[in-house]
Write a protein that binds this ligand. Structure first.
Ligand code: C2E
Ligand code: CA
Ligand code: CA
Ligand code: CA
Length: 275
């Protein structure tokens, strides 16, 4: 509609307004979501393929609005980023994830690691390391228990990403490159980053058994991880065949519906930890 001339604009205004209104409504709701306790976290297990052992969980944010129901992150993360709300939201997620680790520890339960997603906008604001450090101090969680996931595209599109990543590394938290393989990072650049983990994007794993290209890319990433001494986690593993393929090619870690969907903290305890 934007491409229309000045006159055309008039005719398209109502529908654009409708869309804009919807967005505004969602944004207004979202701004109040935290104080109304509509935001919570689910946790998805990360496992060792050959033993089925839990190596960590990834915190995934959820929004349950009384009228809209459960709104998926794909509908509100970008909105939160555009409106700046991501800073509050991201901070809350990190705090809650760290508090949950403490609760598990106090219950004597062993959850080795907590992975938390960071968004690009949180980097633009600066001093992300300061925020992370403050939360660790506040909760008393050991930094090595926390793994921050940053997408490859964020790293490639943030100026001074290396500086931010180095600052985070200095605190002692683990760093993972999320959605790896989709962001065209150069290997020379990768070498400079103090990351410990690569997460193979779900899009490659999906057709691993039938698509020769996806198979080749996945194998290449596993090899890359091995030669750079990085852990490699395959995302979106849904079948036994995919898991077997990964193991056969030297990828030992996985995450996906085959093992578990993201679940509540309670379910993690029930199904994944032994007292
Ligand atoms: P992501 O970080 O790549 O997280 C993995 C997504 O894949 C999750 O979707 C998870 O539920 C889904 N998933 C896991 N295993 C499978 C599988 O076997 N099959 C399929 N089809 N999907 C699987 P979710 O929870 O809807 O999150 C979507 C995205 O939203 C995340 O992608 C992440 O980019 C973003 N996100 C979620 N929580 C947060 C958060 O707390 N902060 C930020 N900044 N972003 C978040
Ligand atoms: Ca992630
Ligand atoms: Ca991912
Ligand atoms: Ca993704």
């Amino acid at each position: 509609a934007k491409a229309r001339g000045r006159n055309g604009y008039r005719f398209y205004a109502p529908s654009m307004t409708g869309e804009g209104m919807e967005r505004l409504r969602l944004e207004t709701f979202l701004r109040r979501s935290l104080e109304k306790n509509e935001i919570f976290l689910n946790y998805q297990p990360q496992v060792e393929i050959d033993t089925g052992r839990l190596i960590g969980v990834e915190a995934l944010v959820r929004w349950n609005h009384p009228e809209l129901g459960l709104v998926p992150p794909s509908r509100f993360i970008a909105l939160a980023e555009d409106s700046g709300f991501i800073n509050q939201l991201g901070k809350w997620v990190l705090e809650e994830a760290c508090r949950q680790m403490l609760r598990w520890q106090q219950q004597g339960l062993h959850v080795p690691k907590m992975a938390v997603n960071l968004s690009l906008k949180q980097f633009e604001r600066g001093s992300i390391a300061g925020m992370v450090d403050a939360i660790l101090q506040e909760t008393g969680l050991e930094p090595q228990r926390l793994q921050l996931e940053v997408t490859e595209s964020v790293i490639m599109n943030t100026s001074d990403a290396l500086g931010y990543i180095n600052d985070l590394h200095a605190i002692g938290v683990g760093l993972a490159i999320d959605d790896f393989g989709t962001g065209y990072s150069s290997l020379a650049y990768l070498k400079q980053l103090p990351v410990q983990t690569l997460k193979i994007d779900r899009s490659f794993i999906k057709d691993i058994a039938s698509d020769a290209d996806d198979e080749a890319i996945t194998i290449a990433i596993i090899e890359l991880g091995r030669s750079m001494q990085l852990s490699v986690i395959a995302e979106g593993v849904e079948t036994q065949e995919q898991a077997a393929f990964l193991l056969r090619h030297g990828c030992r870690l996985a995450q996906g519906y085959f093992y578990s969907r993201p679940v509540t903290a309670h379910d993690i305890v029930e199904r994944w930890t032994s007292l």
